[in-house]
Ligand binder design. Structure first.
Ligand SMILES: [Ca+2]
Ligand SMILES: [Ca+2]
Length: 105
């Protein structure tokens, strides 16, 4: 009995492959006087790992007029995770007590 190996020759990335994974056709041919062959499909699926960081939607700089009332929403910041995981937000305010930030649920 002999075997063959299937190697990884470039980075496998769940996010950039078809959801069905990879399908390979392997053909084995014997050394008989009249060669005969057998075929099999090999299906390889790549599992998703948390290898992508959350991406923020681009947003233009905000301009706020002094006429904004207390509790007015200035803008909404939205991020999503390419791995399909949820996103939570933490905020680091730069010593400016005029702004209050809350997270979307
Ligand atoms: Ca991933
Ligand atoms: Ca992620």
């Amino acid at each position: 009995m002999t075997g063959c190996f299937i190697f990884v020759c470039r980075k496998l990335d769940y996010e950039s492959i078809p959801s069905t994974g990879y399908r390979l056709r392997v053909v084995a041919t014997d050394h008989g006087a009249t060669p005969r062959f057998g075929k099999v499909w090999v299906r390889i699926r790549v599992t998703n790992t948390n290898d992508e960081k959350p991406q923020f939607q681009p947003m233009p700089p905000e301009r706020v007029t002094p006429s904004k009332t207390v509790d007015s929403v200035i803008t909404t910041v939205i991020a999503s995770d390419p791995d399909g995981d949820g996103v939570t937000y933490k905020f680091y305010v730069d010593g400016n007590s005029l702004l209050m930030i809350s997270s979307l649920v």
